[in-house]
Design a binder for this molecule. Structure first.
Ligand code: GRF
Length: 201
């Protein structure tokens, strides 16, 4: 399997995927990082890991379709078969999602459908839930609405602020995401309407 990672920021999930690949645990090769923020730390991580980078400035394009056409060309040139969103802070257009339907996944720091959108961890703290977590899901046309592939629960401890909770959530993300990618590589993931089945190996 060949994957592309889409990210906009720090890149801790990207880095965890790189390390899993090095250890032979990813079952896939990271062929490309797609990033919409030239200054993002994840760009340096990709260079250090010898991963090709397509970095663009959305404002330099006339439309979302225009930059997504370039992204698609970069993906196709590398025969990428799975698009792995890891903190990519933009919605993909419906036609892009349609083109790669069933081949785009995202990781979100809550137990969806609770707390979709931005700052899910802050939302959970604010709401006062006792349990939150991490969701990996297929991407559809909505914001964090696609079929759920895997979830892990994370307890909110008394006195947890957003940053203490975030740290534990990020650890769980980093242990989960490469495993999900490896399930794809092993051909174990099937999607039936909204329902995802993971075959035993
Ligand atoms: C993660 O919490 C992920 O769930 C969310 O964005 C964050 C990205 O963090 N979608 P990082 O850039 O991987 O460190």
């Amino acid at each position: 399997n060949r994957i592309a990672v889409f990210a906009s920021g720090r890149g801790s999930n990207f880095q965890a995927l790189v390390e899993a690949q090095r250890k032979g645990l990813l079952g896939a090769e990271i062929r490309l990082l797609v990033c919409d923020k030239p200054e993002a730390p994840v760009v340096e991580l990709a260079k250090a890991a010898d991963v090709d980078v397509f970095v663009f400035q959305p404002k330099a394009y006339a439309s979302k379709e225009a930059y997504e056409r370039e992204i698609a060309a970069e993906l196709d040139r590398r025969d990428v078969d799975l698009l792995v969103l890891a903190g990519y802070m933009r919605l993909l257009s419906p036609s892009f999602v349609e083109t790669y339907s069933g081949r785009i996944i995202n990781i979100h720091p809550s137990l969806l459908p609770a707390f979709p959108g931005k700052d899910a961890i802050g939302q959970a703290v604010e709401y006062g839930v006792k349990m939150t977590g991490v969701t990996v899901h297929f991407v559809d046309g909505g914001m964090d609405t696609g079929p759920v592939i895997a979830q892990r629960a994370v307890e909110v401890r008394e006195g947890d602020g957003a940053s203490a909770l975030a740290e534990r959530i990020h650890e769980v993300e980093q242990r989960l995401y490469y495993r999900v990618v490896s399930w794809f590589a092993e051909g174990r993931v099937s999607l039936n309407g909204r329902h995802v089945t993971i075959a035993d190996n």
